[in-house]
Ligand binder design. Structure first.
Ligand code: ZN
Length: 211
């Protein structure tokens, strides 16, 4: 995909996520890997009204080289790019249900999203919770470094989800699956829920080459 096409895809997906209420105001940010570096959404921008020509261009080391100043949450994105060479894009939102899960005191910090459907296993996998840090703080980087080699997505405690994927579309789809599953988890909370068992998960991993 050319850089221009990627810029236009960021604008299109940003608008779609915003219009579906998946992130509000100026929250949330998107980034994608290019041939020479990265493109990211600007600081304080609203995902619903991005301008392809003003997106932030960064070099291979993450230094700002063109366009508006990038989101201050870049440390989230680079922790994934650093640890996952196949990551082509990173999506961070404050989507309601995944963020609600990130606030619950009794969520398993190693596995916040129980395997209630095959799709969450296939598209997202196990999602750990990263301890709270101030938004934009570089202190989040080592915390994500610790889990990103083995996990494509995390929940930032009391903040929201971050998802990486091989492409922008792949990262957005995984984010949508994570948000919808978080909604199901909250809807069924307190009910007797049948989870996929270990052999059903192993069958998915084998058939869809997840490992
Ligand atoms: Zn955030």
């Amino acid at each position: 995909m050319s850089e221009q096409a990627l810029r236009e895809a960021i604008v299109r997906w940003g608008r779609s996520l915003f219009e579906r209420g998946l992130t509000a105001g100026s929250s949330g940010n998107l980034s994608a890997r290019t041939e020479n570096g990265f493109i990211a959404t600007p600081t304080n921008s609203c995902l619903g009204f991005l301008d392809a020509d003003r997106l932030s261009a960064l070099d291979g080391e993450g230094r700002h080289v063109d366009g508006d100043l990038p989101t201050k949450e870049l440390p989230l994105h680079f922790a994934f790019y650093r640890n996952r060479p196949t990551a082509g894009a990173v999506v961070h939102l404050h989507s309601t249900h995944a963020t609600a899960l990130s606030c619950l005191a009794d969520v398993d910090p190693t596995d916040a999203i129980p395997p209630i459907t095959p799709y969450v296993v296939m598209r997202v996998g196990k999602v750990p919770v990263v301890p709270y840090t101030r938004p934009g703080s570089p202190e989040v980087a080592p915390l994500i470094d610790a889990v990103a080699p083995n996990h494509a997505a995390v929940l930032l405690q009391n903040h929201g989800p971050v998802v990486s994927g091989p492409s922008l579309e792949g990262a957005v789809f995984a984010m949508e699956e994570l948000e919808e599953t978080a909604r199901l988890v909250l809807l069924t909370r307190g009910m007797k829920v049948r989870l996929l068992d270990a052999s059903q998960i192993a069958d998915l991993e084998r058939n869809f080459k997840l490992k």
